[in-house]
Design a protein around this ligand. Structure first.
Ligand code: JFZ
Length: 420
């Protein structure tokens, strides 16, 4: 089975989906022993590093400046409501105290401590939820066999016991779901390495939903969600777009999430200075909200445990923007207008927020709306002229009110928009 057949989400799960939908903004963290090489999280595969050589890296991982509380405070200052961190990436290295293997941070590094535990505690202290990224693909485990598309040149023997690998994953996920208190959910990745394999999702998903019914399961398989999954994710693209080339899946009715790098790397990359501007990042958050999706914005911390200053700076800037404009983002739903070249819309109750992201020649023209508009005003300013007819809606925004990041117009409707 591709998923968990006959899955019916528990009431707690539906409640968590609403929370997720309202939350809008999270921090993605790619951190592992690969961070030491400053060449992204795929370095083991890309440089064909032999397992025996890669294992030596662990002896250098000593993040003495890691301060989980500081990470969570930064995420909170950025206006983020949750954190998703790599508990195990494709290199198979567990960033937690796994009993199912000694290929983990406690057994193999001089640091010798579980980094997820203090993060879970700090998240609880500051009211953020914590999700665990978990790679199903494993370039290190001997039982990850037959091999898939990647990790073929790392010097592993050409044999292995797949059912035993599935048991290993079950064991690690049980640890993740029973050691850190309530977690937000599991963010799976790596399925695409072996799309034809039997991944045991029926049991795996059922087990997760049994251990923590509210926990949301997502899987970055780039297909439409399988039964048993609770949200749909998109990578480096907004839902419905496909600039990356692998986002061909349609948009489902589940809560949506787009993950995005600040530069072009997930794991720390010392040469990647292509950091997106504050404006671009804020506009992406807004465009995601207008498409009913969350933004999961990534940073790859340094091996010493600190967050790149270029990233911290941008996160703070987004937070500042959200403190002024967050009412038009948090707790809203996308629509009622479909996204257009002019921008996007969000709504909550009887209030619609127009996020004007591009400046037309004359006034802004929007498609018609069934509900009557009572008034239009700037979120940061007074009433503005508007007309509403069967042909559509026009709003006039005074030139001096134009904000190159996002000009927000509030429409007060007589009734709430139809279901979106
Ligand atoms: C995956 C990971 O491989 C990557 O390291 C990172 O964690 C990201 C969030 O998720 O990225 C992928 C996975 C598969 C493809 C492309 C990117 N693919 O099949 O084209």
């Amino acid at each position: 089975a591709l998923g968990q057949p006959g899955y019916r989400p528990a009431p707690e799960n539906l409640e968590a989906r609403r929370w997720f939908h309202d939350a809008k903004f999270g921090l993605f963290i790619h951190w592992g022993i690969y961070s030491l090489l400053g060449d992204g999280e795929w370095v083991m595969n890309n440089r064909r590093i032999q397992v025996a050589d890669y294992e030596k890296l662990a002896a250098f991982f000593n993040p003495i400046r890691y301060d989980a509380d500081a990470w969570v405070r930064l995420a909170k200052e950025a206006g983020m409501k949750y954190i998703t961190i790599t508990s195990k990436h494709h290199d198979g290295f567990a960033m937690f105290d796994s009993k199912a293997t000694d290929w983990d941070i406690v057994d193999r590094t001089p640091y010798g401590k579980d980094v997820l535990k203090p993060l879970a505690e700090a998240c609880r202290r500051h009211g953020l939820k914590l999700f665990f990224y978990y790679s199903q693909l494993d370039w290190h485990h001997p039982d990850y066999f037959p091999r898939g598309r990647t990790g073929r040149d790392n010097g592993r023997p050409e044999r292995g016991d797949w059912p035993r690998y599935l048991d290993f994953m079950d064991a690690q996920l049980t640890e993740l779901l029973t050691t850190y208190g309530e977690i937000g959910g599991i963010w799976f990745d790596g399925w695409w390495d072996r799309p034809d394999a039997d991944w045991g999702h029926d049991e795996l998903y059922a087990m997760i939903h049994r251990l923590q019914p509210h926990a949301l399961i997502g899987n970055n398989h780039h297909r439409e969600p399988f039964p048993g999954e609770d949200f749909q994710m998109f990578e480096q693209d907004l839902p419905g777009e496909n600039t990356a080339g692998f986002n061909r899946a349609g948009v489902s009715r589940l809560p949506l999430e787009t993950c995005l790098t600040i530069n072009r790397s997930w794991g720390y990359h010392r040469g990647d200075r292509n950091h997106k501007s504050e404006r671009e990042l804020i506009q992406t958050l807004v465009k995601a909200a207008g498409r009913n999706a969350n933004l999961l914005l990534n940073t790859g911390p340094l091996p010493d445990g600190t967050i790149q200053p270029e990233h911290a700076e941008r996160l703070r800037a987004i937070g500042k923007w959200l403190r002024a404009n967050g009412q038009s983002i948090y707790g809203t739903r996308g629509g009622p207008f479909p996204p257009g070249p002019w921008g996007v819309s969000t709504w909550k109750g009887r209030r619609v927020y127009l996020h004007l992201l591009a400046r037309p020649q004359g006034s802004w023209q929007l498609p018609p709306l069934k509900e009557r508009i009572r008034a239009a005003r700037l979120l940061h300013g007074g009433a503005i002229p508007f007309t509403q007819s069967e042909q559509g809606i026009r709003v006039e925004v005074p030139a001096e009110a134009w904000d190159p990041v996002d000009t927000i117009v509030v429409l007060e409707l007589r009734d709430r928009p139809g279901r979106s």
